[in-house]
Design a protein around this ligand. Structure first.
Ligand code: UMA
Ligand code: ADP
Length: 446
């Protein structure tokens, strides 16, 4: 921070803002907290660390800038450019919680970013490292603010970092870092895809081991120095992990060595085999033993809302993939299932090219049920019009899906997969993808 004795402004009072306030209070710093939400509930936890007279709610204005030398900004805030520009113009200091973590942390940190698969890879790494008897904790975008990791006294920390968190962070030192993949997402916040790509690449600025997705040109184009790569094809040498098919089954390979069959992991889909390869690369670069890693991957359980097969009834398999909030995650979901899919799509559209969905709507996708704010636009975009039904909400979608499933089973005596993989954010009808997934499951189970 610029001047040790000057007041600090914490901008945003969500989980991050609170963790920063806690950190500053423990370190006896003076600070005020600003949040644009006028009616923000001041919880007991907030009162524990922040004096009510230091909390200011409502719109930000330029006067705030004049009063402070140091600003610590939360990731979720879509800050008006003129507010940030004013801070920069006045030569004030901007930091994020990740910058503070970076200064204070003394334990081995692994960083994970990417458009899809961050939480799966982060959780899988935590599971593997813990299974091998090391003290480890995951934090960052996954839920536990980075600064809370400082109190945990771990040998390893795993930081899931979103583009929102990386955007204003200066640097993050770590022993290994990866970008799972880069496809368009959050473009309403980052304006252009190029800008989003640039922000993601910040994760590689200060790491000892760069772990590369060799299939992704948006990652490869930067010419980094690296050893291990992962990808969806067969590896060419011992520095590569990847997937190959043998007798109709997918296997993870390390060089020419077969490690694991898809039946031995508890997650659905090739993308999750690739996620396992990402973990293998990271942990190999840190000198963990491949056999030990593979043993731990076998016991990693699926995460809620991500290709979660939560209910089977007769020949119907219900899958909740509510976390598929962009097109590429829905494409991976469809690619994960072999046949007879009834797909539920909808929600609030993202700034992206939904026409890409048409490439995976092959014969195996039997019906497409579209709900929510985006239903008219999606109906226009999807080319196989005879497969499309339009409904208002998730409850209607579930009823419609049940009807189609029964019909398919009666006519073809086959297994049917009913897949909620919306390709849209949940904000048209829900607070979060979790709320949407839970509501979907409730509608099905009732
Ligand atoms: N908000 C206001 N005014 C304010 C402050 C916040 O309206 O003054 C709103 C924000 O627009 C946002 C919400 O309040 O909708 C919370 O924002 P925040 O930055 O205060 O969020 P935190 O509670 O601190 O949580 C953040 C991450 N949230 C976001 O980046 C939106 C959490 O990731 C993360 O788990 C947490 O820090 C701990 O590190 C969540 C997320 O949705 C899971 N991430 C996005 C994603 O995964 O796609 C990027
Ligand atoms: P993130 O934290 O980046 O949002 P998650 O692990 O929570 O990633 O998964 C989000 C969505 O993306 C889920 O629908 C999941 O099935 C899908 N997904 C997970 N890993 C991948 C991957 N490697 N490539 C494409 N989609 C993925």
């Amino acid at each position: 921070m610029k001047k040790n004795n000057s007041r600090i402004a914490i901008i945003g009072l969500g989980k991050t803002g609170l963790s920063v306030a806690k950190y500053l209070k423990i370190n006896s710093k003076n600070f005020d907290v600003y949040d644009t939400r006028k009616d923000l509930f001041i919880s007991k936890e907030i009162k524990k660390y922040i004096n009510k007279k230091n909390i200011f709610l409502g719109n930000f204005n330029k006067n705030i800038v004049a009063n402070y030398e140091n600003f610590i900004i939360s990731p979720g805030l879509k800050l008006k450019k003129d507010f940030i520009n004013e801070i920069i113009k006045k030569n004030k200091n901007i930091e994020t919680d990740i910058d503070i973590y970076n200064k204070e942390n003394s334990c081995k940190t692994i960083c994970v970013t990417g458009s899809n698969g961050k939480t799966t890879v982060t959780s899988m790494l935590e599971h593997i490292i813990a299974g091998l008897g090391k003290k480890v904790k995951a934090g960052g975008n996954i839920g536990l603010p980075a600064l809370e990791l400082l109190d945990q006294d771990c040998e390893y920390n795993i930081l899931e970092l979103s583009s929102f968190q990386l955007e204003m962070t200066r640097k993050i030192n770590c022993i290994a870092a990866t970008i799972t993949n880069i496809t368009p997402d959050h473009l309403d916040r980052h304006d252009t895809f190029n800008n989003y790509i640039k922000i993601k690449h910040k994760i590689f600025n200060n790491t000892k081991n760069i772990i590369i997705n060799r299939d992704d040109m948006n990652i490869l184009k930067e010419n980094y120095k690296y050893k291990y790569t992962f990808g969806g094809n067969k590896p060419k040498n011992n520095n590569e992990f990847g997937i190959s098919i043998k007798k109709g089954k997918k296997y993870i390979f390390h060089g020419d060595k077969e490690l694991l069959c898809e039946d031995q992991i508890q997650l659905i889909g090739k993308h999750n085999l690739i996620n396992a390869c990402t973990c293998l690369c990271i942990l190999c670069s840190l000198k963990f033993d491949v056999k030990d890693i593979v043993n731990q991957i076998k016991s990693f359980l699926p995460l809620e809302h991500r290709m979660e097969n939560f209910y089977n009834s007769g020949k119907v398999r219900w899958i909740n993939d509510s976390k598929a909030t962009n097109i590429d995650s829905t494409i991976s979901a469809i690619n994960s299932l072999e046949e007879n899919i009834i797909l539920i799509l909808g929600g609030k559209l993202k700034k992206d090219n939904y026409d890409k969905l048409n490439n995976v709507i092959t014969n195996k996708v039997r019906q497409i049920i579209i709900y929510g704010e985006s239903r008219d636009t999606l109906e226009e975009i999807i080319k196989e019009k005879d497969k499309v039904s339009k409904v208002i909400n998730i409850e209607d979608a579930v009823n419609k899906a049940k009807y189609f499933a029964q019909k398919l089973i009666k006519d073809h005596k086959c297994l049917v997969y009913i897949l909620l993989s919306p390709a849209c954010s949940s904000y048209d009808m829900f607070e979060s993808y979790e709320e949407r997934g839970l509501y979907f499951k409730k509608c099905v189970l009732e």
